[in-house]
Design a protein around this ligand. Structure first.
Ligand SMILES: *Cc1c(COP(=O)(O)O)cnc(C)c1O
Length: 224
């Protein structure tokens, strides 16, 4: 039976407070399903593979705001720089530099989030809090005039233990406050806390999330 994308989307949207934005994570789902969400008014979509994203961006309406949510290799930045709305998972200064370079070539300023590693799983990408402090303290990012750092993104551990998820998201929230006051106190653009996926976004809403990234709860299981 086909997934009721419109009904699912409505339920998710109704469960969000008005200040929280929804990134509909559409990776591995066909254009028709994205369009079903689009027709309900959804405009922010998240993808994690450059080729899939580039194809969908070419085929689908131009007023969609595309968020790149996966691990982005530096050699792929050039393909998405002309159109990407936000790159959510920046985990190195090297990647920041490359985004800045490609954005400059396109005459754009690209919004980015720094990915913070708070999960216990060793496989997840992202800056540890200390690595992030070090990167910000180095100051080089201040010279990158074609990127705009808009906040933090994180993924909690993929576990059932609600207390662990809550603790990790709370760590991210406190870390956001720390670097906001230290580096971005007068920068209104630095305001996003992107955490919460299908299984844990209700917890994220209690832990300061301003942006949730929900796929399965809207589009159903992905067919890899
Ligand atoms: C796939 C993905 C999501 C969405 O996951 P669901 O469990 O389907 O909601 C969110 N964030 C990132 C970084 C992802 O890769």
């Amino acid at each position: 039976m086909a997934t009721d994308v419109a009904g699912n989307l409505k339920r998710v949207v109704q469960s969000l407070p008005p200040h929280v934005r929804l990134v509909a994570v559409s990776k591995f789902h066909p254009n028709e399903e994205l369009m079903a969400a689009y027709e309900q008014g959804q405009r922010i979509f998240g993808e994690s593979q450059e080729q899939e994203l580039s194809r969908k961006a070419a085929e689908l309406p131009k007023d969609i705001a595309w968020h790149f949510i996966g691990h982005l290799q530096t050699n792929k930045v050039k393909y998405i720089a002309p159109f990407i709305d936000m790159i959510e998972a920046v985990d190195s200064l090297r990647l920041l530099r490359e985004i800045n370079k490609q954005a400059e070539k396109c005459g754009r300023v690209i919004d980015v989030l720094l990915e913070l590693h708070v999960a216990q799983e060793a496989t997840k990408y992202g800056f540890t809090p200390d690595a992030c402090r070090e990167m910000l303290a180095s100051g080089e990012w201040r010279k990158l005039s074609h990127i705009r750092i808009c906040g933090l993104m994180t993924m909690a551990s993929n576990v059932d233990n609600e207390e662990q998820i809550r603790a990790e998201m709370t760590t991210a929230w406190h870390f956001f406050d720390e670097i906001k006051s230290q580096y971005f106190a007068h920068d209104d653009a630095f305001k996003e806390r992107s955490w919460g996926m299908s299984h844990d976004y209700p917890i994220a809403l209690q832990c300061g999330s301003t942006m949730v990234r929900v796929g399965t709860n809207i589009f159903g299981e992905r067919q890899y």
